[in-house]
Write a protein that binds this ligand. Structure first.
Ligand code: AMP
Length: 196
């Protein structure tokens, strides 16, 4: 059984047009059920978000949805989740997602997905949490993003150490294995001597 009991997944509210991405969402949901990992996510029934939630519910998994009131319109929200929380705003939602999860996985998505990934990795960089953060580089979707991060390292805006906070793998099983083995940095990686 996984030591990560609950994983928060950030992913697109759209389906995209690459079947491999939909298949990866199904594979991840199936793996969560198999390893008795609960899903925490943004509670939408649309896009890749809806695909992973539905896969889990169809297979007897547990799904915790967290959505801000303004997004809770009938066409969007998945009402049949194991637990559904409605928050005042996006900030409260993201804090609750972080607090309720033992780790985070980002699948392909758009601006919302990237914003959530970078917020949670920034919080780890600041030492606000010490939970594994995985990026599923499904079918090369995030190749250019990874290249951009390497540019940030080579240009001196991101340390190699902080770059390695992001756990990357192209496969669901490889990513889950790496996240299980993750050891959090002992100290925040931001406040270094000479930096402040
Ligand atoms: P995007 O990647 O821009 O499609 O945004 C997806 C992410 O933003 C998800 O992880 C959600 O938390 C949030 N999000 C965006 N649109 C919605 C929606 N219609 N319902 C719920 N959450 C959404």
């Amino acid at each position: 059984m996984s030591k990560l009991k609950r994983i928060c997944v950030f992913c697109g509210s759209s389906d995209g047009n690459d079947n491999e991405i939909t298949n990866a969402a199904v594979e991840l949901g199936t793996a969560f059920v198999k390893h008795e990992i609960e899903l925490v996510y943004g509670a939408a029934k649309i896009g890749v978000m809806g695909t992973i939630a539905q896969t889990m519910l169809d297979n007897g998994g547990k799904v915790v949805g967290i959505i801000p009131g303004f997004l809770k319109v009938k066409e969007v929200v998945y009402e049949d989740l194991t637990e559904l929380y409605v928050t005042e705003n996006m900030h409260e939602r993201k804090l609750m997602m972080q607090e309720k999860s033992d780790g985070f996985i980002t699948l392909p998505g758009g601006f919302g997905t990237l914003e959530e990934l970078f917020e949670v990795i920034t919080w780890q960089q600041l030492g606000l949490h010490a939970k594994p953060i995985g990026l599923l580089n499904c079918n090369g979707f995030y190749d250019e993003l990874i290249a951009m991060l390497k540019t940030m390292v080579s240009k001196g805006f991101l340390s190699e150490e902080n770059y390695r906070l992001l756990i990357v793998d192209a496969t669901v099983s490889g990513l889950l294995d790496k996240m299980e083995q993750f050891k959090a940095p002992k100290k925040p990686l931001w406040l270094k001597p000479g930096r402040v």
